[in-house]
Write a protein that binds this ligand. Structure first.
Ligand code: THU
Length: 131
């Protein structure tokens, strides 16, 4: 899949977003090294804290289907600014894919390319538990 195709797959998930509280819809498309793509959208809740971001929905779908080997994620929002993953999502992505490429996609169809290493310096992971 091209970068543009992955970003468009994330964008298509805006239609599935359930965001009646923030009205901020987010879509994600997580690509595995074997080419499989898992999508996600944000799903909010009246109690607020059970809300989950699009990225973690995609990760949950992938891991629960037996996929953990992630190469890229595209994150789309209907804004001029690029929407960057929250800290919780960065940590969840790091667990499986420190070398992940991150593509941010805005409403103008522009792509900002980042890496998870750029987004989560001085990260915490299982190696810290070994001492
Ligand atoms: N949100 C995401 O789904 N992904 C992001 O990268 C940023 C924030 C969601 C969470 C909440 O449903 C809404 O956007 C506003 O924060």
């Amino acid at each position: 899949m091209t970068k543009e195709e992955l970003c468009r797959a994330a964008w298509a998930m805006l239609d599935r977003a359930y965001a009646p509280y923030s009205h901020f819809r987010v879509g994600a498309a997580l690509e595995c090294r074997d080419g499989t793509v898992f999508t996600g959208c944000n799903i909010e809740n009246a109690a607020y804290s059970p809300s989950i971001c699009a990225e973690r929905v995609a990760v949950s779908k992938a891991v629960s289907e037996g996929h953990r080997d992630f190469a890229r994620i595209a994150i789309a929002a209907d804004t001029d600014r690029f929407t960057s993953p929250c800290g919780v999502c960065r940590q969840v992505l790091w667990e499986f894919a420190p070398d992940l490429e991150v593509l941010l996609y805005n409403r103008r169809g522009k792509i900002q390319e980042l890496t998870l290493r750029q987004l989560l310096p001085y990260s915490f992971d299982s190696t810290a538990l070994e001492e």
